[in-house]
Design a protein. Structure first.
Length: 210
């Protein structure tokens, strides 16, 4: 499965920043119970690789990816850990060159039209838009899509339960990512039903827009 197919299949991609592998499994189990079967593990904690390994082993039905790739060496690390796709918050020349050496669906990010055009030159037609909310959100996507009719976006940053349906109603948006369905207070008190319900509600809000 390439990145274009992956993001079209998974309309909501939670971004998980978690250092405890066992807790990460419980979180993703709760989301899966609500119908979300994809997660991006951000490489922002010391144990992020162990989290990817634990999720890949415990939840084979979930598509586990790695996010926040900043170093070309990250591609090797995350694929060996079991990641099924990779995401970066930007797109350096070194990352783009290294991505070509791995059979791993890759979603690079851009913020400006010039960055998007540069990624198109390298063959990318699906691009993460980050930070979407701070850039202007839905209005920004509509504006830049006028000259970029052949690009699909995955907005990240500022997406939440109040606007995800509106984002996904745009024909230029393939999927959205965020962490609103994993509130810290619910995780702290082991309220897994809360996460399950937030996942279910998010998917239902998408269905109501279709």
């Amino acid at each position: 499965m390439n990145i274009d197919e992956l993001v079209k299949q998974h309309k909501i991609i939670p971004v998980l920043t978690q250092n405890d592998p066992d807790l990460a499994v419980k979180i993703v189990e709760a989301l899966a119970a609500g119908g979300i079967l994809c997660v991006e593990v951000a490489l922002r904690t010391p144990n992020s690789i162990r989290v990817i390994e634990a999720l890949s082993r415990a939840l084979p039905q979930v598509c586990v990816g790695a996010g926040t790739l900043r170093d070309p060496n990250d591609f090797s690390r995350v694929q060996q850990a079991g990641a099924q796709f990779a995401v970066s918050p930007g797109a350096t020349h070194a990352l783009l060159v290294e991505a070509e050496n791995w059979d791993l669906p890759y979603l690079p990010a851009a913020s400006t039209v010039s960055e998007i055009l540069a990624l198109q030159d390298r063959g990318y037609s699906t691009i993460k838009l980050f930070p979407a909310g701070q850039l202007g959100g839905i209005a920004y996507i509509k504006a830049i899509s006028a000259p970029l009719t052949d690009v699909l976006f995955v907005p990240s940053g500022g997406v939440d339960s109040n606007n995800l349906g509106d984002y996904l109603a745009l024909p230029q948006v393939a999927s959205v990512s965020g962490s609103w369905m994993m509130p810290a207070d619910a995780i702290e008190c082991n309220d897994w039903q809360c996460l399950t319900q937030l996942a279910r509600t998010g998917l239902q809000s998408i269905s109501s827009k279709e």
